[in-house]
Ligand binder design. Structure first.
Ligand code: IVH
Length: 684
């Protein structure tokens, strides 16, 4: 059909009704994009959004006259790009200077004051340093015209077609009076949840896995075919205006950001203003704490002089503004040498290989010991002594060995010892061959000491002041030999041993703490015993099911298996523990010394009995541990993985693969608010 022929078939005649329907759908889609990305408050589900989207797509297909570059459907692919055009940035895209310490930050401030010839306090706008790709966007009369990468700062690449597919990037500014020209700068990134989902899907399909969200974002916007970018979970966060024609900007960086938000841009919700380098350092510390819970990767914070007039006066030096700096997190990856592997004996006798490495500064601390968990981990990493290894320590997370960077020419193979390094008893492997244990039990000092440390720990009997150092000495000089002996300690007995560093005050503190621990709860006491397979939640389940210690002591494997959380193996371990005469004597001794707990009601069927819950992502109101305990108190089993049997998955911020699993398996997903409502209903 040529352009000059008309089709008089009903479907292609544009009626007023069809035009209105298309306008309505466009407005709805823009509104829901805004709710989702800018207000963080979606009003419809993704599925409902998709229905609206497809309706509009169909209309525009049926009536090509309706097609318009500003339609929300244009955010999804078009034809392939043949190549990227170069774009000259009218205003260069700068880089940022770095600081890594409070001292360097103070220096940054001192220079600002010198240049401004002032001794008054400086107000800063503190932002996140988003770890994505710097992008520049040009809007003409409120309409998106062009978007480019940073490139070398002077010349970038035109990636408009890909940028147009980003759902939270406005194609039209949300204002009746747009400036003639507006150039907005910001970062394109891939939120962590989307990144994990993308990688999980790629893995299933045997496709390329991205190393990190930054690479995934970069790889996505530099695709020739915009259909690919359209399928990637990308987001744009605005952080600056580079040029504006025909209008005045607000007076401060903070107000500029709020103005950008009102135009429809997403800005980070972690932006603060405050006075002086001290404020900036506090912001840095606060964000460092929150880092792992943020929905996207950041590599530091950016501290900017808030007042634009002052920024102007400070100017630029060697392509870096003098009015801003990046306060960066310390590197989280480092390389070092594996010098030796020692085996530590845990309270159940399990041997844990520990890597002794050449001390290395990583994630802000010096590390020389790293747990390797088990022999399988050593095999997986193909580790040998002498190898150069990569070490990772992110935030407060325990350090780990991530890979071998370079194999030593004469490396030494790591082997499991055949005898316990502490008591020389034989080492035995568990059925699966993953865990190796010392068979020494009561004869192994290491096991006894670890059990004592567990017994006094905060979540167990909470005996404050009795750290590992004292426990080790008390054991060595024969003041105690098991947990029950703690209750026979007196100040006089401790002092009589003349232990170095142990004075009257300290001895008194320890004895008081032991005395206080006598009043406890049954779940705590059971947990404190350190029975294999009985963690905090199993201890609670046992206490609630049997209601008394005597009942637990007499339980059989069969009755134990009726308790949620307890399977064949732990039932065997529990029975074996209580059958051991030494354990029976210790428990009797502690009860005779006055260890007691309030009676607890035996719980019958509870509101969530038989249900299996999974918690994922970060729960802001109460934390995962607390939520878990509360759900268990209502009778639910809380599991670490999603299966068809899962009743409900509660997805907090930054939920990753478990949320994806739930969606795949059709398991009900709740948000934190729904969980809180349920707990309130049951007053848990
Ligand atoms: S301002 C003149 N603000 O950091 C100031 N940059 O080296 C220029 N970045 O790749 C940038 N978050 O993309 C600014 N809140 C933020 C930022 C930020 C991340 C990136 C930027 C560039 C690098 C600067």
């Amino acid at each position: 059909m040529s352009n000059f022929e008309f089709n008089f078939g009903n479907e292609n005649v544009l009626s007023e009704q069809i035009i209105q329907q298309a306008l309505y759908l466009r407005e709805q889609l823009r509104h829901h994009n805004h709710c989702y990305y800018v207000l963080d408050n979606p009003q419809i589900s993704d599925a409902q959004y998709d229905i609206l989207f497809r309706q509009l797509l169909q209309l525009e297909k049926d009536y090509p006259q309706l097609q318009n570059p500003d339609s929300p459907t244009q955010k999804v692919g078009g034809e392939a790009l043949s190549a990227f055009n170069s774009i000259e940035h009218r205003i260069p895209m700068l880089s940022l200077g770095n600081v890594f310490s409070q001292d360097e930050l103070n220096d940054f401030e001192r220079k600002i004051k010198e240049r401004l010839e002032t001794s008054s306090d400086i107000e800063y706008c503190a932002e996140l340093k988003l770890d994505g790709l710097a992008i520049s966007l040009i809007y003409e009369n409120g309409l998106f015209k062009q978007g480019a990468t940073r490139g070398d700062g002077t010349t970038g690449e035109d990636i408009s077609h890909n940028l147009k597919t980003i759902r939270n990037l406005p194609l039209q500014l949300n204002t009746l009076t747009p400036p003639a020209i507006l150039e907005v700068r910001g970062e394109v990134l891939m939120p962590k949840a989307g990144f994990h989902k993308l990688n999980a899907e790629a893995q299933q399909k045997g496709e390329k896995i991205f190393a990190n969200p930054r690479n995934a974002a970069a790889g996505s916007v530099r695709q020739l075919d915009p259909k690919i970018a359209a399928q990637r979970p990308l987001a744009f966060y605005a952080y600056a205006v580079a040029q504006i024609d025909g209008q005045e900007l607000p007076k401060t960086q903070y107000e500029v950001l709020q103005w950008l938000k009102s135009l429809g841009f997403t800005i980070s919700d972690q932006i603060q203003t405050g006075i002086g380098a001290k404020f900036a350092a506090q912001f840095f510390a606060q964000i460092q704490q929150q880092r792992s819970q943020l929905p996207y990767d950041i590599d530091g914070v950016v501290i900017k002089v808030n007042e634009l007039a002052k920024q102007q006066r400070l100017g630029i030096v060697s392509r870096e503004p003098r009015w801003a700096t990046a306060y960066k997190f310390p590197a989280e990856l480092a390389s070092t040498m594996l010098e030796a592997v020692d085996f530590q004996v845990g309270r159940t006798g399990a041997l844990t290989p520990v890597a002794r490495v050449k001390p290395v500064f990583v994630g802000g601390v010096t590390i020389s010991n790293i747990t390797l968990h088990n022999m399988d981990e050593i095999k997986r990493l193909d580790l040998a002594i002498g190898d150069t290894i990569e070490v990772c320590r992110a935030g407060d997370v325990i350090p780990k060995v991530t890979q071998v960077l370079h194999k030593a020419e004469q490396s030494q193979v790591i082997t499991l010892p055949s005898q316990c390094p502490v008591c020389q008893s034989a080492i035995v492997q568990d059925e699966k061959g993953v865990i190796a244990r010392c068979s020494g039990d009561f004869y192994c000092e290491a096991q006894v000491q670890r059990r004592l440390a567990h017994f006094v720990s905060r979540k167990a009997m909470n005996i404050d002041g009795l750290g590992e150092r004292w426990l080790e000495q008390f054991l060595e000089i024969g003041l105690i030999s098991n947990i029950a002996d703690l209750y026979a300690l007196t100040k006089e007995k401790i002092l009589a041993k003349n232990i170095e560093g142990m004075g009257e005050r300290l001895a008194e503190k320890i004895v008081n703490a032991i005395e206080q621990s006598k009043t406890t709860t049954l779940p705590r006491f059971i947990y404190a015993l350190g029975i294999r397979g009985v963690g905090e939640s199993t201890a609670l389940a046992l206490a609630q099911h049997f209601a008394s210690l005597e009942a637990i002591q007499q339980a059989t494997e069969e009755t134990l298996k009726q308790v949620p959380d307890i399977g064949e193996v732990s039932a065997k371990w529990i029975v074996a523990y209580f059958q051991e005469p030494i354990h029976q004597q210790m428990i009797a001794k502690m009860q005779a010394a006055g260890v007691n707990w309030p009676a607890i009601e035996q719980r019958g069927t509870q509101p969530l009995t038989g249900q299996i819950w999974v918690l994922t992502g970060s729960l802001t109101a109460m934390g995962r541990d607390e939520a878990k305990t509360k759900l268990q108190q209502l009778g639910a089993k809380v599991s670490g993985s999603v299966s068809k049997k899962t009743t409900i998955v509660v997805a907090g911020a930054e939920a990753g693969s478990k949320l994806a699993d739930a969606q795949k398996l059709g398991v009900t997903v709740w948000d934190e608010q729904q969980l809180i409502a349920l707990l309130q209903e049951h007053q848990a």
